[in-house]
Design a protein around this ligand. Structure first.
Ligand SMILES: Cc1cc2nc3c(=O)[nH]c(=O)nc-3n(C[C@H](O)[C@H](O)[C@H](O)COP(=O)(O)O)c2cc1C
Length: 431
């Protein structure tokens, strides 16, 4: 019997055909698998699965705990088959995709609380920022070509900030006599590195897609590739002065945020494109006429800021002190955020801020108070700074001339500490 390596070449359509024509799962696994003597990898997998399903919940619970997967949240499973491997997870919701209609139907009967969906993972679209955990066991490496990047970026898009993706590749196979061999069988021997090369390619695709802390976790027969979808943070810069202290602080904080595992973005409220931010006129349209819709349809807030606020996991406000309060731009921004209030669209986003005054006691604390109340009104979760030598309320900086703030080490520490607090709260929310 010849070794037949079909793993990488099989198309999704062929796979679906095999799945639907064969009345047993081993047909499918044979289609997916590699033939070794009397057993395909698929057969081995099925035998192993039959044998180990009793152990699986224990094994997998341990893995989830080690990897801090939020299995009580929303879980997406790609390649769910009949759902047996994930049915025990104590999730709020499980949505499972596969191209095997018959297996899905069996799953629907057995596990009615799982939402089984028929879908080819290479073309389907998953809901954005919806899942706490994305699982794909032994599926992604079937598509080792340009589709791998697509699948991995879909996983990224599907996860909430702080959510984790897990892909796995087979680490071994079963010989005819039932012995499990670690590695992949090749002509004339066993290649122990091949499974790791496969895992490595997935890991690389994950890094390119933006995943952080990507790690390959070796469990022998199963090799997992785990990655964290970073939290998105939006810096809202309220200074009218270009290249001044706020601009330089935001640039500094964006670098720090990136290093801490955030995916940073910023908006500059003084922007005139496509049109300067308009002040709220109190028309009540967003409350009384059309919820969450502002009458100003074409200014910078509606066209740029609004969606970025909705997408962000964390919002970091930066304002210079103007007459011991926030700048006019920052206040206009705060007022325009009324558009999010109906339905509490910003609920549970994490919010913090930094205030820059030309002088010590120049109003920094009042500004942080104002930002805190703003966050509270919009149901966001405010964080302070736990600064050692400066404000506990947030970033507290002193600097008058352009760039002076970058000399204020205590101030920079307090502003950076806001990020530390944000990350810590976001981790708590995600776990
Ligand atoms: C109109 C105006 C009002 C200001 N009021 C204060 C103030 O009340 N307290 C203070 O400490 N600095 C005050 N400043 C100084 C600025 O807060 C300070 O120069 C800051 O670094 C400016 O930040 P930027 O470079 O990002 O614009 C004021 C500056 C201007 C232009």
């Amino acid at each position: 019997m010849t070794n037949q390596v079909v793993w990488h070449e099989i198309s999704a359509t062929k796979l679906a055909e095999k799945m639907e024509t064969g009345d047993s799962n081993s047909d499918l696994q044979q289609a997916r698998g590699i033939k070794y003597g009397h057993h395909t990898y698929g057969e081995m997998y099925m035998i192993e699965r039959e044998k180990s399903l009793g152990h699986w919940p224990h094994f997998f619970a341990q893995f989830c705990a080690q990897q801090q997967l939020k299995v009580t949240g929303n879980i997406t499973v790609v390649g769910i088959n009949d759902g047996q491997e994930v049915a025990v997870l104590p999730a709020r919701s499980i949505v499972g995709f596969d191209i095997a209609a018959a297996a899905l139907e069996r799953g629907r009967q057995a596990f009615p609380y799982i939402d089984f969906k028929l879908m080819d993972i290479t073309i389907g679209e998953l809901a954005a920022k919806n899942a706490d955990v994305y699982l794909s066991f032994r599926t992604a490496h079937i598509f080792f070509n340009e589709q791998l990047a697509h699948i991995v970026s879909q996983a990224y898009r599907n996860l909430k900030g702080g959510g984790k993706a897990v892909f796995s590749v087979p680490g071994g196979y079963m010989e005819a006599d039932g012995t499990i061999v670690i590695g992949q069988k090749v002509e004339g021997g066993v290649n122990r590195q091949k499974p790791f090369e496969d895992a490595g390619r997935i890991a690389e695709a994950m890094r390119v897609a933006g995943f952080l802390d990507v790690a390959i976790v070796d469990h022998g027969i199963e090799i997992f590739v785990v990655g964290l979808r970073p939290w998105s943070i939006l810096f809202v810069n309220g200074s009218p002065r270009s290249k001044g202290n706020s601009d330089q602080l935001v640039t500094y904080l964006m670098g720090e945020a990136q290093a801490m595992g955030f995916s940073p973005q910023s908006v500059n409220l003084r922007s005139k494109k496509p049109a300067p931010i308009a002040f709220c006129t109190g028309c009540d349209h967003c409350h009384a006429v059309k919820h969450n819709v502002c009458v100003f349809k074409k200014d910078y807030f509606t066209l740029e800021v609004e969606q970025r606020m909705l997408d962000a996991d964390a919002v970091y406000l930066v304002s210079p002190s103007y007459q011991a309060g926030v700048t006019g731009f920052m206040k206009i921004f705060m007022d325009r955020c009324e558009v999010f209030r109906k339905g509490r669209l910003l609920k549970n986003k994490v919010c913090g801020g930094a205030a820059i005054g030309g002088y010590a006691g120049g109003g920094q604390e009042s500004i942080l108070h104002q930002m805190h109340f703003f966050a509270q009104i919009l149901a966001m979760r405010w964080v302070g700074a736990h600064g050692k030598r400066r404000s506990h309320l947030g970033g507290h900086l002193i600097g008058y001339d352009k760039g002076a703030v970058m000399e204020d080490e205590d101030g920079l520490t307090s502003a950076r500490n806001v990020l530390v607090e944000m990350r810590s709260l976001l981790e708590d929310i995600a776990s």
